[in-house]
Design a protein around this ligand. Sequence first.
Ligand code: AQP
Length: 324
Amino acid sequence: MSKLRFFTGIQASGTLTLGNYLGAIYPILKIQDECEIIIIMIADLHSLTVPKPNFNYRKNCYEIASLLYACGLKEEKCKIFIQSEIKEHTELAWLLSPYITVGELGRMIQYKEKKKSEETGNLALLSYPVLMVADIFLYDADLVVVGQDQQQHLELAKNIAKNFNNFCGKELLKLPTFDIPKFGAKIMDLKDPTKKMSKSGNDYISLLDEPEKIVKKIKGALTDSEEKIYYDPAKRPGISNLITIYALLNDQKKEEAERELQNSNHYQFKLKLIDLLNKKLSVIQKSYSDYFFRIQEIVEKNNKHLKILAEKKMFLIKKELKLK
Ligand code: AQP
């Protein structure tokens, strides 16, 4: 296989969770060696759609970047950068805005949901998918990986690219392969396993949680009254979520995990899971401290590297639109 240019993004909206790790970082680790370059954007601008008073976005970006490297992404290959440092993202979003209607944006499920919880649908909540589309096309990526809940935004990205390329009469925006990880793509909340585990929620596992916190959180995770351990997300969302986590951390298929756990009760299963999680997290946490110490320097170097690619792409686009 020829070497891929990979792109993905992570919002700067809090500390990374086990959901981010298993749903987003883990799949990247698996394909790391097949990629020529892995571009990971820390999306601080996207996080602004829901303003958080006193939240230190920049510190959070450095924390996330350190954690990503600590999870095993290789510094030489993986270029983690900060979105707001590269002005071409917002500039391209503006240039692409005429190729989508307000009606289409208003139909985005995420917008409708966030609008409900924020009461007022601000303009950024409505228009942020266009910024996401700009992020995607700025680096001519071959492969773009996003979470399950972004499916609808990918369709939007394809439409905008089609409209824009039609207008230009050439394929200026290169359509990448889009991928959404399947099994384990959605890790659920521990107390309410019908909801996604989120860093802005209350019941997540942080990659920086100490062992005692892990014990407390896993012991307190909602399960059900049936003792037997088996996977059935529709009827048994709690236990199925824990099986998913266990299987992914162990590099097993869920059937293998089920077989291994068939003679355990809930209590024994939870103890095994606590042990496994603490082992994984202690390795990540140790490496995190080393990275955090020098992350600013690494990220600044990456920002410069990506800025060159973004500028080249913008030059071509602006030339096509007779802005150059
Ligand atoms: N629970 C999850 N299970 C699997 N994958 C997840 N991801 C996030 N939560 C889970 C994946 O992590 C990547 C980065 O996500 P993000 O930070 O950009 O945004 P998000 O999906 O909105 O993540 P959060 O934690 O839920 O953030 P907040 O609370 O700020 O909205 C994506 O690939 C995502 O799918």
